[in-house]
Structure formats: structure tokens, C-alpha cells
Design a protein. Structure first.
Length: 272
């Protein structure tokens, strides 16, 4: 039985609303909808969210948490709940403990005792030798595996993936996010602008550009980017929400109310 509101699970799990919503969007937790269309989370959902919190406390990035738990969900049988597994951080890796076995959430690869070593008291998986990438897909997959341990090399491989495929949307998005997280704002903005000229699906690119410009304090430009995202995908609820918030900050109360009403309508109409 679903018992907890979004506000309550944010407090119980110790996660931001943004991370909780991302986990819902990815199907990692599956709250029900109450009659007022607000989320109602089960105790099992709270357990999974607390797992995400423990990974965050172990310095696993939010993007890595979402990616690892999403991949873990795809590796499990549909009827098997994630709350029945123990998930923890082992160095930079997200590891699943299942009976006497340990395996990586990202790859599903079994970890054996002789694959571990101690370095200054911290156990970590010995880095496996990566295959030499020869095309966009290989560069992209290599970059994904390097994001947490060597973000600079990850950026290099994302750029190589783009060089192989000028319309590689995911490579642009991941590269832009890495640069943004590293405070390399000018580079991130240039990547998104390059992607907008090369890719047909632009909604996420415009949205991420809006977040970046908002972080730079360029509020009017951020609103423009979010509105451009909505031109590509009118049902991008988070863009409506961010526009409402920025309009309120700019003192444009009526515009803020309209944008927030659009956001609430989309949330109400979203499939359970």
C-alpha cells in the first residue's frame, strides 16, 4: 500500500526532489498516483531511495546513481523488487550483493575476490583493460565507463564519438553534462550549441542549455532555452516548471501562474 507523499520521501530518504523525480522517470521507483494525481510512495520505494542516498553519501554522482540503478533494473527479472538487494559503493563502482555473490550494477559482471586489492585501506576493483575503440559506439561506451574515474578521458572519448558521428545526440548530452559539472561552462555551452546545429531531437539539448544559463545567472536566456525545449517537446513538464520558477523570480506573476498550470496539467495527465 502506498503511504508516503513526495515531501515525506524526500525527508525520509534524504534526497533532493530532483533526484527522486529522476528515479521515478526512469522507472527505478514506481509510486502510485492519488486522486489528486500526487505521487504516493510505498515502503519498498523508500528502501530503494535510501539505497540511492547511501550511494550519494559515498560520493557517487547523481548521474551515476541514476544510470547504475537504471541498468540494475534492466538486469533483474521484472517480478524481482530492487528493495530485496543490497547495493553499495565499492570505490567508484556501484556493487550489488546477492547471497554470496557480488556484481557490478553497470555491467552485470561478477566480481571475484582476486579481482580486488587494497589501496590505502580502500578496496577497489582493478581496472580492466578496455578494448580499443574504433567507432562512435565504442568511443561512447568507453566514455561512459570512464566518467567517474577519469572524466577528462571520458570527455576525450565523447569528442571522438562525435567526430565519428556528428549527430550522436547522447555523446553531446553526456559531454555537455560532464563539462557543466566541472564548471567548464563556456565549453559546455559550445557543445550544446554545436549539437543543436547537428541533431534533430533538440528538446533535452535546449533544456540542458537552459539549466546551464540559469546557473550562469543569465535568467532571460535560460527562459528562452526552456521555451525552445518546449517547442521541440511541449510535454516536457520540467521545462514548464523551471519557466514558472524563473518568471516568478523576474516578477512576472501571471506568466509564472500560466507556466505552473501547464506543469500541473502535464503531471495530472501523466500515465500512472
Amino acid at each position: 500500500m502506498a503511504e508516503y507523499s513526495l515531501r515525506e520521501v524526500v525527508q525520509l530518504a534524504g534526497l533532493s526532489r530532483h533526484i527522486v523525480r529522476r528515479l521515478v522517470q526512469e522507472g527505478i521507483v514506481t509510486p502510485e498516483r492519488a486522486r489528486n494525481r500526487e505521487y504516493r510512495f510505498s515502503f519498498q520505494d523508500v528502501i530503494v531511495l535510501r539505497t540511492a542516498r547511501s550511494l550519494h553519501a559515498a560520493n557517487i554522482s547523481p548521474r551515476r546513481i541514476v544510470r547504475s540503478l537504471r541498468r540494475l533494473r534492466t538486469l533483474l527479472p521484472a517480478a524481482m523488487p530492487m528493495c530485496g538487494l543490497r547495493v553499495s559503493a565499492l570505490g567508484a563502482d556501484v556493487v550489488v550483493h546477492d547471497s554470496d555473490l557480488k556484481w557490478e550494477a553497470d555491467s552485470g559482471q561478477l566480481l571475484l575476490d582476486f579481482d580486488l586489492r587494497t589501496d590505502a585501506g580502500t578496496p577497489r576493483v582493478i581496472e580492466r583493460r578496455a578494448a580499443q575503440p574504433s567507432d562512435a559506439k565504442a568511443h561512447f561506451e568507453t566514455a561512459c565507463g570512464l566518467e567517474d574515474d577519469d572524466p577528462e578521458r571520458a570527455c576525450t572519448h565523447y569528442r571522438q564519438a562525435i567526430a565519428c558521428d556528428r549527430a550522436h545526440l547522447s555523446a553531446y548530452i553526456n559531454l555537455g553534462c560532464l563539462l557543466h559539472e566541472s564548471k567548464r561552462m563556456d565549453e559546455a555551452e559550445a557543445v550544446y550549441e554545436q549539437a543543436l546545429a547537428a541533431c534533430e531531437d533538440r528538446s533535452v539539448l535546449w533544456f540542458n542549455l537552459g539549466v546551464l544559463r540559469e546557473d550562469l545567472g543569465r535568467t532571460t536566456e535560460a527562459v528562452h532555452a526552456y521555451r525552445s525545449a518546449l517547442q521541440s517537446d511541449p510535454e516536457l513538464a520540467d521545462a514548464h516548471y523551471n519557466i514558472a520558477r524563473l518568471y516568478a523570480a523576474l516578477g512576472r506573476e501571471q506568466d509564472a501562474v500560466r507556466a505552473y498550470n501547464d506543469y500541473r496539467r502535464l503531471v495530472r495527465e501523466a500515465p500512472r
